[in-house]
Ligand binder design. Structure first.
Ligand code: UT7
Length: 330
């Protein structure tokens, strides 16, 4: 086996300027700040302006990341973008981001794994580094959820927001970076969480628009139960597989869908709340964007050698956990 691991050597987030608060929702649907806060932990989220797309957020994040790292875009070998709100059915949003940033020598593709999009993309990107063939891989996780949310569906619309981020992966020979991942999926979950129309099964038509089938349809309670069980299971599994005790884990980096799901996962891992990254109150659920946004918000606190467990659950169903050793002090 190769001794090359894929280390995250930089991270950058992107958030739209416009803030939509729970109070703003009180003006358009029957809800309350109190309901949203107690059921989800969310106070506000960001909304991207009309005319801008997921690639704009991804491209901004990647541009800043490369500037920070003083790396020319032509040096990037591969770009992977986790998203369920691509700019177009095709070409891939990663292709568009590469073009906007000028990553002329990179090949690029998207990964559709909903809220697990960043973990899936990170695990995939890491493999390309581990083979020794690629030296600089960009992994983006970003979603413009406001483009597929039905703002008349009060149980669903309040949890989502727009945003995302990007990381740079580079080879490491000192044991830092991605150590292990556990990835799962179960397509039966489409019963509970789906964007029904716009694909080959139900292409866009007047009927699909009239029936509001281009929006996210979520059976919240059912998804909640699967999320709590599976996110906790997979996080415990990655700890067991790598002989990690709660003391060994410095940070849980959980998908931000619902504070109650995050708490259940942390409890199962035996972690105190000071080791859990939570920014759901500021950004809501940005789908593939949540994990890079957490890493970005906490970057200054992370120390070389910290053990991080990333964990997510989302549409598909898809879920997974990834164990990584942080590679730098910022
Ligand atoms: O990220 C990808 C995966 N997604 C998730 O992990 C989301 C998982 N699910 C959840 O987080 C929660 O199910 C939601 C936050 C989406 C909903 O919370 P819930 O506690 O499961 O609520 P519910 O849908 O079962 O509704 C409970 C009650 C209902 O009223 P009745 O029937 O008890 O009178 C709803 O009509 O709350 C009502 N309700 C609301 N009330 C005020 C639903 N949405 C709202 C709202 N404001 N926004």
């Amino acid at each position: 086996m190769s001794n090359i691991t894929a280390a995250i050597t930089g991270v950058q987030g992107y958030l739209p300027d416009r803030v939509m608060t729970n109070k703003d929702f009180e003006k358009i649907i029957e809800t309350s700040d109190e309901w949203i806060t107690t059921r989800t932990g969310i106070k506000e989220r960001r909304i991207l302006e009309d005319g801008k797309a997921t690639s704009d957020m991804g491209a901004q994040a990647v541009k800043k990341l490369l500037e920070k790292k003083n790396i020319d875009p032509s040096e990037i070998d591969l770009v992977i973008c986790g998203t369920v709100t691509p700019d177009y059915p095709f070409p891939a949003t990663a292709n568009v981001i590469s073009d906007k940033v000028g990553m002329k020598n990179a090949w690029s593709f998207d990964i559709n794994a909903a809220c697990s999009g960043f973990i899936y993309s990170l695990a995939t990107g890491a493999q390309f580094i581990e083979t020794g063939k690629y030296k600089k891989v960009i992994v983006v996780g970003a979603d413009k959820m406001s483009s597929i949310i039905d703002y008349e569906d009060r149980a669903t619309c309040v949890i989502f927001g727009d945003g995302g981020g990007a990381v740079l992966l580079e080879p490491n020979e000192d044991g830092f970076g991605v150590i292990d991942s556990v990835l799962q999926s179960d397509g039966e979950g489409r019963k509970y969480l789906i964007q029904p129309a716009g694909g080959s099964k139900q292409p866009a038509s007047h009927e699909t628009v009239d029936q509001r089938l281009h929006y996210v349809h979520q059976e919240g309670k059912a998804v909640f139960k699967f999320a709590v069980t599976n996110m906790a299971n997979v996080s415990a599994e990655i700890m067991n597989r790598n002989n990690l005790t709660a003391d060994d884990v410095d940070w849980l980096v959980p998908h931000q869908a619902n504070l109650r799901i995050i708490d259940a996962t942390a409890n199962r891992m035996g972690l105190s709340s000071d080791k859990v990254m939570v920014n759901i109150q500021k950004y809501g659920n940005t789908t593939a964007g949540t994990l890079p946004l957490c890493l970005w918000d906490w970057e200054s606190k992370l120390k070389k050698g910290d053990n991080l467990v990333l964990s997510a659950f989302g549409g598909g169903f898809t879920w997974g956990a990834l164990y990584l050793k942080w590679a730098y002090n910022s």
